[in-house]
Write a protein that binds this ligand. Structure first.
Ligand SMILES: Nc1ncnc2c1ncn2[C@@H]1O[C@H](COP(=O)(O)OP(=O)(O)O)[C@@H](O)[C@H]1O
Ligand SMILES: [Mg+2]
Length: 341
């Protein structure tokens, strides 16, 4: 399949801030790509450039084979955008919003009404069609916004944090809509801070940090990069950590062990579940009280934190970064360091 989106060496500065720093990205036609990154990573800047709303300082952008920087007006009919903040008119009804957009896209009167009704039904908004948008819930607005970006049936759609701030039910409604779009062959580029969302929706994920793509792959590939399985042991008494580590050392074959100071130990292992009986025997013999013990595959969270943390090596005298609950011990394991605190 050809690339629906091809971005090369995109850079954008705001004063001293390098919002984008030589960012490369390709999105194959008909796939869903998730741009995953923390706040301030540069996700919205990428989307705004791709949607022809913002010009980069340098780099190239091709969308559906068209040079989007040279010929933005030729790109626009191919794309739809749902921004991070709802862009529908509160003083109109849901139906009026969609009909007006249809007219703006130069559809005839009858066709505009028909398309508005069709989308309202598809997005579960038929009952609220005649209500002012002002009275809609956040989830309903977001769905209407998404419907609005689909009026002209674009081939490529950009969704900037489509579910941020939504309740779980509205979130899964949006997920279903995105899955349907993808199934119908639409190319989707979505940004998200939620690993679960990227895992659920995206064929491939591009991890963005400080304005550049630092890793790219399927969710499974990214998990594999963090390696193996995780053995997690929750101790009844955090003070027993050293004793527990001594007890299991022989069984886990000297794998580095990390703990969070609150009784949770993490060990990178292979052949996890088979080790369980021996682990239980050794811990019992050492009189270590265990609350819980599981073996799991690394999650996309593990991968994400490991990837972003590896890049952040603070200067020795710098203030320590604010603690992120899982980041530190996961990184210690990923890097093969032993972390005994
Ligand atoms: N209009 C602007 N003026 C100045 N700085 C901006 C502007 N827009 C974004 N930035 C900065 O650029 C960086 C990337 O922002 P953004 O693309 O919004 O990130 P994200 O969407 O991933 O949270 C941030 O450091 C942000 O503060
Ligand atoms: Mg943003």
């Amino acid at each position: 399949m050809p690339d629906a989106i091809a971005v090369e060496a995109l850079s954008k500065r705001y004063g001293d801030v390098h919002a984008l720093d030589d960012l490369d990205l390709t999105v194959e036609q008909g796939t869903v790509v998730g741009l995953l990154g923390p706040n301030g990573a540069g996700k919205t800047t990428v989307i705004r450039i791709l949607a022809t709303l913002l010009r980069p300082d340098s780099g190239s952008v091709r969308i559906c084979g068209i040079d989007a920087l040279r010929e933005p007006e030729r790109v626009r009919p191919h794309i739809g955008l749902t921004g991070q903040y709802a862009a529908v008119d509160e003083k109109l009804t849901g139906f009026e919003n969609l009909r007006m957009l249809g007219r703006l896209f130069r559809s005839g009167r009858a066709e505009s009404r028909r398309r508005a009704d069709e989308l309202l039904a598809e997005f579960g908004l038929a009952d609220a069609a005649a209500r002012l948008v002002r009275t809609y819930s956040g989830g309903m607005r977001r769905r209407l916004d998404l419907a609005a970006s689909l009026i002209a049936r674009p081939e490529v759609i950009f969704l900037d944090e489509p579910t941020t701030g939504l309740d779980p039910r509205s979130r899964s409604a949006i997920w279903r809509i995105v899955a349907d779009l993808a199934a119908a062959g639409t190319t989707v580029l979505l940004t998200t801070q939620y690993l679960e969302e990227a895992d659920r929706l995206a064929d491939t994920v591009a991890v963005v940090d400080h304005g550049a793509v630092i890793a790219r792959g399927t969710p499974e590939e990214l998990k594999d990069r963090v390696g193996g399985e995780r053995l997690e042991i929750r101790l009844d008494d955090a003070a027993q950590y050293e004793r527990a580590e001594r007890a299991i050392r022989g069984v886990v074959d000297g794998s580095p062990c990390a703990h969070d100071g609150e009784g949770r130990m993490t060990v990178a292992v292979t052949g996890g579940a088979l080790l369980m009986p021996a682990l239980v025997r050794e811990l019992d013999a050492a009189k270590v009280l265990v609350v819980d013990m599981v073996v799991r595959r690394p999650t996309l969270d593990d991968a994400f934190f490991a990837l972003t943390e590896q890049r952040e090596t603070p200067a020795p005298d710098a203030d320590p970064a604010p603690p992120r609950p899982d980041a530190e011990h996961v990184t210690a394991v990923a890097a093969g360091r032993t972390d005994k605190r």
